[in-house]
Ligand binder design. Sequence first.
Ligand code: GLN
Length: 281
Amino acid sequence: MTYKEALKKGRELLEKAGLEEASTDAWLLLQHRTGISRSQYFLRERDEVQPDQETQYFDDLARRKRHIPLQHITGVQEFMGLEFMVNEDVLIPRQDTECVVEEAVKYLQDDMKVLDMCTGSGCIVISLADAARQKRFRNMEFTGADISEKALRVSGFNAEKLQADVTFVQSDLFENVTGQFDLIVSNPPYIRTDVIEELQDEVKLHDPYIALDGKSDGLFFYRRMVEEAGRHLHPKGRLLFEIGFDQGKAVSGLMEKAGYTEIVVKKDLAGLDRVVSGVYN
Ligand code: GLN
């Protein structure tokens, strides 16, 4: 089968299975298995795909048809221009979360200690460490915390692969976290339990449930972190959260009530509230 035929067949198979991005998905799987780039494809579309690669490609398509996320098949997700390894133990990094990194980067300075709570794949803290290195900040310390040991295996792997100097700690929120920080960032589970049922199969069946579930009102982890972060923030330290599109008011309210000041809500590319942060006094 030629590259062109393989791509067409792949797209048709995925379209039939009702996948919205059939064309893109088929292309990415073909690229994943054969290593062909877009420009090579246009030169070589009439060449034969190697038989073993063809077999693997059709196996991948069969998995994708069952709504297994593309990233669990390819094993990677790009985030902030870096390639992160992902599996079913971590939430697949979302583009929305790049807003968290972009906002947090504005607050980086020399000599800062930064904590990423609920680090998952490590995408936030590793991107921040990478940005700090590029901007030549000095004497910074980065820590990632997560309750899941399996997630920490992924974040540890990613830090090593991307040569980011990050320390990881297994901890139920602040339980095993010691010391104080200048910036605490977090993308905690924030989906209301009753809403999880309505999410796409890719998300509700394949992202870790504990990475999604924000309990009955979705605010469980914000409440606990707003309460407990003070003990781990230097005076004037900042707490910065990713939030769901409808949680801006509630989360900034929690921070205000706990005495945080300079509270800012930032929107994502779709114009929806996505980041809230405030300064601890
Ligand atoms: N943004 C993710 C989603 O919509 C949820 C991530 C989270 O709960 N932190 O699926």
